[in-house]
Design a protein around this ligand. Sequence first.
Ligand code: NI
Length: 170
Amino acid sequence: MGHPVLWRPAGPVTDPAAAEIRRLAADMIETMDDAGGTGLAAPQVHVALRVVVFRVGAARAGEGGQAVPTTVLINPGIVVLGDETETAWEGCLSVPGLTGPVTRPAHIGYSGWGLDGSWIEREARGFHARVVQHECDHLDGILYPARMADVSALGFVEELRRAAQQGETA
Ligand code: NI
């Protein structure tokens, strides 16, 4: 957080099937896995292009949630479906150590190009919908603290964990 590339809108990819985009996506997936993240956007590796990668493991999908295989989405678009919103704690590899509650639409549709030039169109709910919105926000220069209704709820994961433990033993 603080690097200018994270604040400005990223530009569209002109050729989703280009070798350099495939290399970028592979690099992003490796970075996401090394950091134990569930998603990553190209500006987070200092490339100002509209590319996101994400996956939703079965454990993170929650009960009744959707597990989603590793997905590369190029020039993605999102439409909000319905009025329902959900609030949940988010973190970000570009805002290390911190976490905060963010309210987002609970049900979305999203689309974009895959690496093989295919058109991807999906519906998403819950954690899956949240990850896609968080990553696509990066493409518009938006970090999750800017989506928080109450920024004073932002905290270090370690401190919040400690406070929660002390609360239990007090
Ligand atoms: Ni992020």
